[in-house]
Design a binder for this molecule. Sequence first.
Ligand code: ADP
Ligand code: MG
Length: 610
Amino acid sequence: MITVAGVDVGNNTTEVAIARIRGRGDVEFLSSAMVRTVGIKGTVRNAVGIIDAIDRALAPTGVARKDLHVVLLNEATPVIGDIAMETITETVITESAMIGHNPATPGGQGLEHGRTIAISALDGQTPSGGPFIVVVPGEVSFDDAARIVNAAHARGVPVVGAIVQKDDGVLINNRLERPMPIVDEVRHIDRVPLGMPAALEVAPPGRTIERLSNPYDIATLFGLDPEETRRSVPLARALMGTRSAVVIKTPAGDIEERRIPAGKIILLGHGGRRVEVPVDEGADKIMETVQSVYPLEEVQAEPGTNVGGMFEQVRQVMADLTEQPVTSVRVQDILAVDTFKPQQILGSLAGEYALGNAVGLAAMVSTQKLPMLRLARKLEEEIGVPVQVGGVEADMAIRGAMTTPGTRAPMAIVDVGGGSTDASVINEAMEIKSTHQAGAGDMCTLLINTELGLDDMELAEAVKKYPLAKVESLFHMRHENGSVQFFHEPLDPRLYGRIVVLSPEGWKPIATKELMGKIVSVRQGAKRKVFVRNALRALERVAPAQNVRLIHFVVLVGGSGLDFEIPKMISDALMDYGVVTGRANVRGSEGPRNAVATGLVLAYAQHHGG
Ligand code: ADP
Ligand code: MG
């Protein structure tokens, strides 16, 4: 009788299965363990994590590490994934400056337009022209501002609105004899151009502005021609959903337009096939083209463009991680998804942004196989137990997955991990075919992070994994499914009125102005864009004679298989094919985890007795 350890080193997770082998094919699994992978998969740095995982798995079994007969390491798929996000059209505003934000307490309400004028130019003076929108810098007190405007009104000067630096909108408004809309909290008041036509809108409480977020209203107010109107679109978009806004027409050339072309992706197939696809045609077009050129030799991007820059970055990261020269890094598969990326707007005066169209790209790169052997040698030295690299990861995954009760060949597995989505099929003759594709859990997290403008990958990861709730009072919260939960003890007052992620490590408030429904739809959209698309194309690639209908069972393995929504989404997408889709339950106990580690042990036991 011998005791062996199967070890699966993934990009995210290192998994271990410990088993006793009594005779050929006679296996008893004793325990499993899982730790975060240390270092990039396939490098000697992994050893630390592996030893830790083995020790954790051994602890409950009473077996000493030195008494292991052998440690079985997966022949890690020589692919790693990386992700990047790029705006495909550089949208910058010309010839207008704008303010559009949600000051907590703007003053007054309504839409007005006039010429901007400094408050000092109204103090005791009677300027001709008008109507005027008065600009109030921080050094002028609300008392003085109200007094000057009241006096101007009394002299018959048409002052119709105000732009204020401090949070004084309500204070000023309360002191005006004739109320008017006031936009306050404008950080860069010094950049507001004077003597220029401006429009100002403040929405009633609980509403958002309606006119300045509409390009045709902007065109009407400023007399724009069709070309100018087209250029005002990002500005109008940036103002959508805000409580107050100002648009100021600036002298031509004051704010310059800058454009970087989106660029093309170049797909190289077998036999010298070469197809180009412009990125600004969108993700669907890119993926259609990828499918038509498959199998791919390499994916390149046009230099000097947005997408060119993105590829350079991906290849540089990969080169650093794998210690290969950049020139030898080849991108082997991509997943493109349509997304939005908040962009700073040139000419914004309160730090506003617009959501620009962007594509997110997940790229997969082949690395050399060698490092796995180096890792095995290093591990062997450290633990004094023979280490064997054996078994292609996908083959092992399918063996492990087949221990799921209720499955039988022919079947397929989809390994939804962090960096890549891999699929394999096994037919009745136990022949296995597999494929690796760019894009999985990490991509999904990146999309959530970007589209919600979180700028916090850890929070984005939590938003991906756990449901949301809104803390509506100190004693109750409303869950995203509408149910209400009450509490006997008051909740943390810092969570009051906030949307929180119900992470098991504690509730995390999300700093966002988005509604809960919007966050849910971004989350589900990201999962669909990455996982449903990848599951479908993976199955098409490995299905017998390209016929997905010949597969009856599809089993999901890997960390993303634990997700509370992904298995259902994939299952829904595959329903048309009449397959049974579900999350694996490796060995009837491990869920979607441990498939590769389990498979390694089973494969070994087939050839070695105890
Ligand atoms: P790898 O094989 O590349 O190491 P894993 O199989 O460990 O990857 O999968 C890692 C991915 O699984 C990550 O993107 C992570 O966010 C995701 N993941 C882990 N646990 C959960 C969970 N409970 N719900 C959703 N996703 C999860
Ligand atoms: Mg894995």
